[in-house]
Design a protein around this ligand. Structure first.
Ligand SMILES: [Zn+2]
Length: 245
C-alpha cells in the first residue's frame, strides 16, 4: 500500500531562506519520512529526488538528467511501486540502478525495478556477487558512472561491507553532492559491529577518500536518515577514530 502523500507536506524543517528560489534547490532539506513525500533538489543540470522507504527508513535517490531526461536510481531499497511512481514523475524511464552495498535492506525492490525497467545494474565489485540480481557493471575506486550528461565518480569505501561505494556528482555551478550509502552518516561512519566488518578500514577510507578529497561544502546523502555536509562532520573525525565507531 502506498499512503497518500500530501501535495504540500508540513515543513518543520524549512530552511532559513528568504527571497527567490536559488539554483541550488532552495527549500531542499533532505528530511523525509517513510510513506511521506519525496524531497526534491533542482540543480541546473541534475534533479535529485530523495524518498524514504520501509520501517528501516532506507533512502532511495532518483537522479534525473535535466538535459536528456535520463535517470539513475541509487538503492532500490524497498517499495518498488513507489520507486516506479517516482521514476514516472522524474523523467524518461530508468536506465541505471546503482546499489551502494550488498545489505538486504538496500536491495529489496531491486529485482522488481530491474524487471520492470530493464535498467542496467551497477555495484561495487566486491559486493556484486551478493546481490539478488546479476550485476552488469562492477565498479571500484576511481571509476565513473555516466547517464545522460551527468557523470558520477565512484568512491570505494571498505569496512561496512567489502564493496561499498559512494557516488560523487560535482556540480559545475555549485558544490559536490556525495551519496554515501551506509559508509558515512551525520555523526559517524557506518556500523562495523558485525562479523566481517572493519572499523579501522572504514575510518581510513572515509578519512582519505572522502574527507581527503572533497571540500567542506560537499553535501552528503546517506543510506538512512538526514543529510549533512563534510564541513559539519570534519571536526569530529578524530573523535570518531578515538571512540572506535
Ligand atoms: Zn548497510
Amino acid at each position: 500500500m502506498t499512503p497518500e502523500t500530501p501535495e504540500t507536506p508540513e515543513t518543520p524543517h524549512a530552511p532559513h531562506t528568504t527571497g527567490t528560489r536559488q539554483a541550488d534547490g532552495g527549500g531542499y532539506t533532505g528530511h523525509v519520512e517513510p510513506g511521506g513525500a519525496p524531497d526534491v533538489r533542482e540543480l541546473p543540470a541534475l534533479t535529485i529526488r530523495k524518498m524514504a522507504v520501509s520501517a528501516m527508513h532506507n533512502n532511495v535517490y532518483l537522479l534525473s538528467c535535466v538535459a536528456s531526461g535520463e535517470q539513475l536510481l541509487i538503492d532500490a531499497a524497498d517499495e518498488a511501486d513507489r520507486i516506479l511512481e517516482l521514476m514516472a514523475v522524474g523523467g524518461t524511464g530508468l536506465g541505471t540502478v546503482v546499489t551502494t552495498h550488498e545489505h538486504w535492506d538496500h536491495v529489496r525492490a531491486l529485482a522488481q525495478v530491474v524487471a520492470t525497467t530493464g535498467a542496467t545494474t551497477v555495484a561495487g565489485t566486491d559486493d556484486a556477487e551478493a546481490l539478488p540480481v546479476p550485476v552488469d557493471v562492477r565498479v571500484g575506486q576511481g571509476d565513473t558512472v555516466t547517464f545522460g550528461a551527468i557523470t558520477l565518480e565512484v568512491v570505494h569505501l571498505r569496512g561496512h561491507t567489502p564493496g561499498g561505494i559512494a557516488l560523487a556528482y560535482t556540480d559545475p555551478h555549485g558544490h559536490c553532492h556525495l551519496f554515501t550509502g551506509d559508509s558515512l552518516f551525520p555523526g559517524g561512519v557506518g556500523n562495523t559491529k558485525n562479523e566481517g566488518q572493519h572499523f579501522d578500514t572504514l575510518i581510513d577510507d572515509v578519512t582519505q577518500r572522502v574527507f581527503g578529497v572533497y571540500d567542506d561544502d560537499t553535501w552528503f546523502y546517506p543510506g538512512h536518515g538526514d543529510d549533512s555536509t563534510l564541513g559539519a562532520e570534519r571536526p569530529h573525525l578524530d573523535e570518531w577514530r578515538r571512540r572506535g565507531w
